[in-house]
Design a protein around this ligand. Structure first.
Ligand SMILES: [Zn+2]
Ligand SMILES: [Zn+2]
Length: 260
């Protein structure tokens, strides 16, 4: 995984540079935000927003930024982002938003998703948490309605020891009590797994009801542990959970299991 993680690190740095730069994104109108709050709907759901102007160009910029460091096959995959028409990028984005992973171009998706993450993160951080309502079922992001990557047990302050789910698209985090399956709300028989011989910073919590698992990243065990990076870096745990017959309820846009 070393080379892949280094590729993702470069991609994440390129995302951060763009997020810190000049980005014109606009929140939905105040009355739309108020309505979403009233009905506990995610205000930044991709289905309800126009695709941001310039997102195709952003995807191509990110592809150019990371392409030179890749081996030939990886370069060819990203060349598709540079060569294909905007409509192809829109189609890939639509599938990613719908979590239709089987028909995604898995090799190009991390960069396509990265461009969308920059815009949605930029939008999400313009919102005040008071503008977002807590949905009845907290399995999806209250801000944008996307699936979580993983969850994180936080340290420090009033949130210490609490578990937050971390959004795959906009990076928002929302609280879900620890003793509960975040996918189906079941509270019975939740089991916790980690790799033998390794420090239990990353655990997979499985649910016997819906047969899914979500990883929990313990910042109480390692303050620098990260809900996205450490999810990727613990792929072995995913393979072992797959063998136990549990499906992953989280999704990491940097590593999509699709078809080439
Ligand atoms: Zn979100
Ligand atoms: Zn469940």
């Amino acid at each position: 995984m070393g080379d892949y993680l280094r590729f993702v690190a470069r991609l994440a740095r390129a995302q951060q540079e763009r997020l810190d730069g000049d980005l014109a994104t606009h929140l939905p109108a105040a009355d739309t935000l108020a309505q979403c709050h009233e009905y506990a709907m995610p205000p930044l759901a991709p289905a309800g927003l126009p695709r941001p102007d310039g997102w195709h160009a952003m995807a191509r910029e990110l592809a150019r930024a990371v392409q030179p460091s890749l081996p030939e096959a990886g370069q060819a995959a990203l060349q598709r982002i540079l060569d294909k028409p905007d409509a192809w990028l829109d189609k890939q984005a639509g599938r990613l938003f719908e979590a239709e992973t089987m028909h995604l171009d898995a090799a190009a998706t991390p960069v396509i998703g990265a461009a969308l993450q920059v815009y949605w993160t930029h939008l999400a951080r313009q919102l005040d948490s008071a503008q977002v309502a807590r949905p009845e079922h907290a399995n999806l992001c209250p801000v944008c309605g996307s699936h979580p990557v993983s969850s994180v047990v936080r340290i420090g302050g009033a949130e210490s020891g609490l578990r937050y789910l971390h959004c795959a698209l906009c990076g928002s985090e929302w609280h879900v009590v620890r003793a509960k399956c975040s996918n189906c709300d079941n509270t019975r028989g939740i089991a916790s797994f980690h790799l033998e011989g390794e420090s239990p910073v990353v655990r997979a919590e499985s649910c016997p009801e819906c047969r899914t698992y979500l990883k929990t990243i313990h910042q109480d065990k390692d303050p620098l542990a990260d809900p996205v990076a450490d999810d990727l870096a613990s792929l072995t745990l995913d393979l072992l959970m797959d063998e136990t017959g549990h499906a992953k309820s989280g999704i990491n846009w940097y590593l999509i299991q699709g078809q080439p």
